[in-house]
Ligand binder design. Structure first.
Ligand code: SAM
Length: 279
């Protein structure tokens, strides 16, 4: 049964989150007879199975843990990784803009550790499909294990190879590129994306964004949008409410575009942030 189908209490086989002191999070799969071990002591899975969500559990050394269903953001930030991964703040906006939801067919490159793949697979449901290209076998194996651990592998087709050779698929609803040089693959994207489909990418520097824009304007892409997502956390103290001391200042710039039959001539002036998104 898929991990998203939870009942009122934690069952054998469920993916659960144990939240300890200072929000320390552990995500584990419950297995009858198994033991969860941390430096804050042990918890027997048998003592967790059957407990309602939100239950306060205590390890054998007296440390408290709360039993929770993991959120998508928890699953993504805690996956095993060998690469830079995409973060929830960016993924959240990407999936909104690119219309990722049940039944959608989305393609991505590169797979990396599979963080973005996880979010896509979660959202497309059993009726959708994620196709993910990766040129390094070692990365693909890691992503495969990560997806299998989350019961999401059935929704994903992992493909080996360099996207320089193009994609096998046609008529994709959306394509996302998280690779260093996405601007070199615009013809490959164009060939595989539905007309009207969404292209998205993330780039760490502005000069890469400029190269991306030049490549998009040289092909039939329109409704181009460039943005970055800033997220600021606050200390949740109602008597001294203020921002946390540190924040992630930069992850990357997001660039989105739509595939069209013929690019409008006034593209540059027509698609500013002011007109598109500020409301
Ligand atoms: C930053 S990682 C992707 C991280 C991923 N989005 C995640 O959230 O875990 C970039 C990956 O793209 C792969 N890659 C780079 N260029 C590629 C290409 N031309 N074809 C296929 N994969 C490529 C790299 O091997 C690397 O694993």
């Amino acid at each position: 049964m898929a991990w998203t189908q939870y009942e009122a209490v934690a069952r054998d086989g469920d993916l659960v989150q144990l939240l300890g002191k200072r929000h320390k999070s552990h995500i584990i799969r419950l297995r009858a007879g198994a033991v969860f071990q941390t430096h804050r002591g042990e918890l027997r899975h048998d003592d967790i199975i059957g407990k309602p969500w939100g239950t306060r559990l205590v390890s054998h050394t007296g440390s408290p843990f709360f039993l929770m269903r993991p959120g998508l953001s928890d699953l993504i930030t805690q996956i095993k990784r060998n690469t830079q991964i995409m973060y929830p703040k960016d993924i959240g906006y990407i999936v909104m803009i690119m219309g990722i939801g049940p039944g959608v067919r989305v393609l991505e490159a590169g797979t990396g550790s599979g963080a973005l793949t996880t979010a896509f697979a979660y959202l497309v449901g059993d009726s959708g499909k994620v196709i993910s290209y990766e040129r390094r076998e070692q990365m693909q194996n890691l992503a495969r294990n990560n997806l299998r651990n989350l019961d999401l592998l059935d929704r994903v087709e992992l493909k080996s190879g360099d996207i320089l050779d193009g994609f096998d698929e046609r008529d994709m609803d959306a394509i996302f590129l998280d690779i260093p040089n996405p601007y070199d693959y615009i013809p490959q994207v164009k060939a595989s994306l539905k007309l009207g489909g969404f292209l998205g990418t993330i780039l760490p520097t502005t000069n890469q964004v400029s190269r991306m824009l030049a490549a998009l304007y040289a092909d039939d892409f329109a409704f181009i949008e460039v943005c970055e997502i800033m997220l600021r956390f606050y200390k949740p103290d109602y008597e001294r409410l203020r921002p946390t001391d540190r924040m992630v200042a930069h992850t990357g710039y997001l660039v989105f575009a739509r595939s069209v039959m013929e690019r409008p001539v006034d593209d540059l002036s027509d698609n500013t942030m002011e007109e598109n998104n500020v409301s």
